[in-house]
Design a protein around this ligand. Structure first.
Ligand SMILES: Nc1ncnc2c1ncn2[C@@H]1O[C@H](COP(=O)(O)OP(=O)(O)OP(=O)(O)O)[C@@H](O)[C@H]1O
Length: 293
C-alpha cells in the first residue's frame, strides 16, 4: 500500500501545485483524474523522487520513499508525460541500454529480460525497428517496457493515452491492466473513460487538492436519481448554466444535450439518466469551483 500524507508543494513562482494531498493507494490500478494544471504531474514527479515536496510524507508498505531516493528509484517504474527516445536507435538496443542503467550488468541475464519485456508489450516482432518509426501507441508500449525493468513495486504512468487512437489506447490499457494485477500502478489522466474502463480505485484532483477518492462504482451510485438530461437549444445554454447545476454539455449528432444535477426533476422536459463517472467528475469540479468562488 502506498500512503501519501499531507503532501504540499509550492513552486518558486508561487504556484501551489499540491495542497495537503493525502491518498491511500493499494495494489492495482489507481486512476488519478484531473483537468490540465490540476497537479497530477507534480504529484507523479514527487512520488518518483524527481522533486521534493515542501512537506508531507510518502510511504510504500511503511517504507519512507523520500528518505532514500536511490533505493526508491530501484522500486519504481516511471513513464513520464514526455518520454524522449533516440529516434535512430532500435527498440531492442534502447531497452538494453536502459537495462544497463537499471543495474542489469550481466549480458545474458539482460538479454533474457529485454526479450521477455519486448514480448510482453508486443514489440518483439519490431524490435529491430528504429524508435523514430514507431507509432504513438508503440512508443508508449516501449515506455511501459522500460518502466517495467527491474521488477518495480510501484509504477507511475503520466497521461499515457493522450494522442493514441482507440485501438492503440485499448491495447495500451489492457497491458496496464495485466501489470496492475500485481503491483501498485498509478495512472494519471484527464480522460474519464481511462479510469472507468480500468481502475478499481481512483481520485479526482483539481488545483492541487483531492476532491474525492474511492471506488468509481460507489461514487457513481452516490449520484443515482440526481442526474437529468435534456436536449436544449444552443443559444439557451448560458441561461441553463445560470439557473441549474449543469454538469456537462455534449453535442450529439448536432444536438446539444445537457446533464444537470438536481435532487428532483428540475423542470419539464428533463429525463432521469443513469449517472456515469463523467457526471461524478464534472459534478466534483463544479462543486469545487463553486466553493472557490
Ligand atoms: N516547474 C514548475 N514551475 C512552476 N510552476 C509549475 C511547474 N510545474 C508545474 N507548474 C504549475 O503547477 C500547476 C500544476 O501543474 P501539473 O503539471 O502538476 O498539472 P497536471 O495536472 O499534470 O496538468 P496537465 O494535465 O496539463 O499535465 C500548474 O499551475 C502548473 O502551471
Amino acid at each position: 500500500m502506498l500512503a501519501i500524507r499531507d503532501l504540499s508543494k509550492t513552486y518558486p513562482n508561487g504556484v501551489r501545485a499540491l495542497k495537503q494531498v493525502s491518498l491511500d493507494i493499494p495494489v492495482g490500478m489507481f486512476g488519478l483524474l484531473g483537468p490540465n494544471g490540476a497537479g497530477k504531474s507534480s504529484l507523479m514527479r514527487t512520488i518518483a523522487t524527481l522533486q521534493d515536496p515542501d512537506s508531507g510524507s510518502i510511504t510504500l508498505d511503511g517504507r519512507d520513499l523520500l528518505a532514500d531516493k536511490p533505493a526508491t528509484r530501484r522500486l519504481l517504474g516511471y513513464l513520464p508525460q514526455e518520454f524522449g527516445v533516440y529516434p535512430r536507435v532500435s527498440a531492442e538496443t534502447m531497452l538494453d541500454h536502459f537495462a544497463v542503467l537499471k543495474g542489469l550488468v550481466v549480458r545474458s541475464e539482460r538479454r533474457a529480460v529485454v526479450e521477455s519485456l519486448l514480448r510482453q508489450v508486443n514489440l518483439w516482432e519490431v524490435r529491430k525497428q528504429k524508435l523514430g518509426t514507431f507509432s504513438g501507441g508503440m512508443r508508449q508500449r516501449f515506455g511501459i517496457a522500460q518502466a517495467l525493468l527491474g521488477d518495480p513495486k510501484l509504477i507511475i504512468v503520466d497521461e499515457p493515452t493522450a494522442g493514441l487512437d482507440p485501438e492503440e489506447r485499448n491495447r495500451f490499457l489492457n497491458l496496464l491492466a495485466e501489470i496492475g494485477e500485481k503491483v501498485v500502478v498509478i495512472l494519471s489522466t484527464h480522460i474519464v473513460e481511462d479510469v472507468t474502463d480500468l481502475c478499481p480505485r481512483m481520485a479526482i484532483i483539481a488545483q492541487g487538492q483531492v476532491l474525492l477518492s474511492g471506488q468509481p462504482g460507489d461514487t457513481i451510485a452516490a449520484l443515482a436519481g440526481r442526474v437529468w438530461r435534456r436536449e436544449v437549444p444552443k443559444a439557451a445554454l448560458e441561461e441553463y448554466r445560470r439557473r441549474l447545476v449543469v454538469l456537462s454539455t455534449r453535442l450529439v449528432g448536432g444536438r446539444t444535450i445537457v446533464h444537470v444535477l438536481a435532487d428532483a426533476r428540475p423542470e419539464d422536459g428533463f429525463v432521469s439518466v443513469d449517472p456515469d463517472l463523467e457526471d461524478v467528475y464534472f459534478g466534483e469540479l463544479r462543486r469545487h469551483a463553486m466553493r472557490a468562488a
